[in-house]
Design a protein. Structure first.
Length: 100
């Protein structure tokens, strides 16, 4: 089963974050804060069977959410950031993101 790597990156400041995959909650944590020196707040990885997955990222502390669809056949990396105007941005990469 391939891994989905999730990196909560820029813009988090003591936020609550909930992530669902195919309507099943896989992550729920509060106090998420970006370490500005490296641009990373939290990293985790989960195994899923091959296939297309619906991923919903919610930040209740900012009253925003976003749903993306990702085809998980090989290891894949999902980067999630918040903007100053409370929008969720995402980036999908076949390889790891670089952090210092």
């Amino acid at each position: 089963m391939p891994l989905l790597h999730v990196a909560l990156q820029e813009g988090f400041s003591n936020d609550a974050v909930i992530i669902q995959v195919d309507d099943r909650e896989v992550f729920n944590q509060s106090g998420i804060r970006t370490r500005n020196q490296i641009g990373l707040a939290k990293y985790f990885a989960l195994n899923f069977p091959d296939g297309t997955r619906k991923i919903t990222i919610s930040v209740p502390s900012r009253q925003c959410s976003k749903t993306v669809t990702i085809d998980i056949r090989d290891p894949i990396y999902l980067g999630v950031s918040l903007t100053n105007d409370n929008r969720i941005l995402h980036e999908i990469s076949p390889g790891p993101f670089g952090y210092l």
